[in-house]
Ligand binder design. Structure first.
Ligand SMILES: Cc1cc2nc3c(=O)[nH]c(=O)nc-3n(C[C@H](O)[C@H](O)[C@H](O)COP(=O)(O)OP(=O)(O)OC[C@H]3O[C@@H](n4cnc5c(N)ncnc54)[C@H](O)[C@@H]3O)c2cc1C
Length: 385
């Protein structure tokens, strides 16, 4: 077997063990305390989880998309709050620099992101700008070698602990759409940068989101990603293509975990003198869940391989994100149903899973936005008009 295959297998089995022995047993405590213990964060650093997608020359593991997906299928089995902590470093927070950054930016910022020494967040959404992401209102005004950022970013994952933000801001107010937007690397602690109070969320306790406010925050021109204005929106979209495949893989991992739990519960719970697992209406819920999780697994792996083969996977990434996030919602819902009344009680994990997975259909592009993209791309490719 080639060395990289052996190393990948050893990484995925280490992550599987870590999830089973350390993360899953800790989930309830993390959820109740709304915090991941520092010792666990340190273990995640030691496993290299923060640097999965950062190239080896900058201190990461440099995994291909298929390899990253293999790790996410395992890590995704744990509560999504754990994935959320590393996800911005692996995906949306770092990839702008990896894909479009200058050599200097890569050398300076990627090593601490890869090691997990700093957390990198991605700041696109604003109070008035969500799905219509090209209408960013935060401005970046240039004076000499400095840009001054002004505006508010909303719901920014990991903002309270971030050391660095990839921020989309409008450098050309005369261009209202995507071409007026640029991407910046902004370091925490910069003057004029402040973080709002963490939001109270429906689920994924232990992972935090907050506003990021820029009040004439000075950012050196050297931190303009790629060194060219007007490319920020394109950078953001490339980052999201990759991120959507990663999220879809996490959805598959979690669905497979929930499937194991629903079957274990159905085997242990007895009604009418038999385990409920023997009732065909219960088996139908198990069968649908297994089939859909399997379909999503195949989609995600196929898309990851296509990306590694150099193909443009923008549409397929949206197909994966749409199907896998909706699929895990259905699986979590059936799990509550199979648990009966216990599924509604917060002492059981089923209730928490149900709340935790809801977010997957909203962030990094809602299901509606994925459908719009898939529909538009498909019709355009058919050249119908
Ligand atoms: C916990 C959490 C973490 C997040 N993390 C980040 C982060 O790290 N960085 C970041 O930048 N953002 C982040 N977000 C923001 C997230 O990406 C947005 O909330 C999401 O893109 C939707 O935008 P919105 O909330 O403004 O909803 P809106 O865009 O206002 O949408 C509201 C509803 O209208 C629908 N809709 C909108 N436009 C259309 C249309 N043209 N056709 C049909 N339906 C439409 C949407 O699908 C949705 O159902 C996070 C959000 C949450 C809740």
């Amino acid at each position: 077997m080639p060395l990289d295959k052996i190393l990948l297998q050893s990484l995925t089995s280490s992550v599987r063990r870590f999830v089973d022995e350390r993360l899953i047993p800790e989930e309830m405590r993390v959820s109740r305390a709304d915090a991941i213990p520092e010792a666990t964060v340190e273990e995640m650093r030691r496993l290299g989880l923060f640097g999965l997608s950062v190239p080896e020359v900058y201190g990461g593991l440099g995994l291909s998309m298929e390899e990253e997906v293999s790790v996410m299928l395992e890590l995704g089995r744990a509560s999504p709050a754990f994935r959320s902590l590393i996800a911005t470093n692996v995906g949306i927070g770092s990839q702008g620099i990896v894909i479009d950054g200058t050599e200097e930016q890569k050398q300076r910022f990627l090593p601490p992101i890869a090691s997990g020494e700093i957390i990198a967040s991605f700041a696109l959404t604003e109070p008035e700008v969500g799905s219509d992401a090209a209408s960013v209102r935060t401005t970046a005004r240039r004076e000499g070698d400095v840009y001054y950022l002004k505006g508010t970013k909303r719901f920014i994952t990991n903002a309270p602990r971030a050391g660095l933000f990839t921020v989309m801001a409008r450098t050309d107010p005369s261009k209202p759409g995507a071409s007026g937007v640029s991407a910046f690397i902004v370091e925490a602690g910069s003057p004029g940068l402040s973080i709002g109070k963490p939001e109270h969320k429906m689920g994924q306790q232990g992972s935090h989101v907050a506003d990021v406010i820029f009040d004439d925050c000075p950012v050196p021109a050297a931190n303009l990603i790629g060194g060219v204005e007007g490319r920020g929106f394109r950078t953001a979209m490339k980052v999201l293509d990759r991120g959507r495949v990663g999220i879809a893989a996490a959805c598959v991992g979690f669905a497979e975990r929930i499937l194991d739990e629903m079957v274990a519960y159905a085997a242990s719970r007895r009604q009418f003198g038999s385990p409920i697992a023997e009732f065909q209406l219960v088996q139908a819920m198990v069968a649908d869940s297994r089939t859909e999780a399997y379909a999503a697994r195949c989609m995600v792996l196929e898309t990851a391989r296509a990306k590694d083969g150099g193909l443009n996977i923008g549409t397929e990434a949206s197909c994966c994100k749409l199907f896998a996030s909706e699929m895990v919602g259905r699986v979590a819902d059936r799990n509550v149903q199979i648990h009966g009344g216990s599924g509604y009680i917060s002492d059981y994990a089923a209730e928490r899973h149900y709340r935790d997975v809801r977010l997957y259909r909203i962030y990094e592009g809602t299901s509606e936005i994925q459908r719009l993209k898939i529909g538009r791309d498909t019709v355009r490719a058919a050249n119908v008009s």
